[in-house]
Design a protein around this ligand. Sequence first.
Ligand code: ZN
Ligand code: ZN
Length: 264
Amino acid sequence: MNCQHCHKPIEDQYTLCPTCELAFTLLILRLATFTEPLKASLDSTIHPGGHQPTRTNLPTPPTPIRLEVLDLIDILDSTACELARWLEDSDQETAFTSIQDALIRCTESDHLPRFADAELYWQTFTRLEKRILQTIDAPEETRIIGRCPNRLCGIQLTAPNTAITITCPICNNTWTVKEVKSEWLRQLVQEGRKTGTAAECAKAFTISGINLQRKTINKWAERQKLTSIGVDSSQHALYRYADVYRIATRKSAKRLDKNQSVAA
Ligand SMILES: [Zn+2]
Ligand SMILES: [Zn+2]
């Protein structure tokens, strides 16, 4: 016998080699993680054409649904249930509590590497995965960059990593991504009580264009320049953004002074 997928020789009664069995299992598990984002992509008011550079989180309930997403969910559901029934050798009436349930039961089955149509389902699932990834907002492609700087709007804005400008889908103002990001930090700082861990502070500052490392913040705390005002649930020290901002900007002002005096 040969593996249906990579065609390497394998033991009799098997249809997939151990490596391909693992790869197929991982594909099925990935699909299980896509079901929630898929359902979230159903709302056509939030996702007007699918892969959107901007995405709004409206408080209104989902209205018109995207039929192509509904279609995808249906295909995934029926394919998953079909495969799970084959693998469990159960009658056509077996009910699964969810798509995830059906998919996970596929991965748990001992019959997966012996299933006669393994390669066929693999191809079907691979095609489905491709379509799903084109439909859902892939988290690594777009991310939250802050809130709309328009005070009257203030909606959460998302942009792809490569975006330079962004048009707010609600108030229609166009901002540079930099403006949105620094506005976010400005608000964190201005609202004096906002706190974050060293890592969170470093991230907010760096995103906003002030390069700051977590270990620098920790060092300030060690030297008692910065006082923590409690800990989060994982026992990480919390700092006020306003305090961090004060030290960070004082530092860079000093550095500027120094450079100027060197130049002079
Ligand atoms: Zn193989
Ligand atoms: Zn806006």
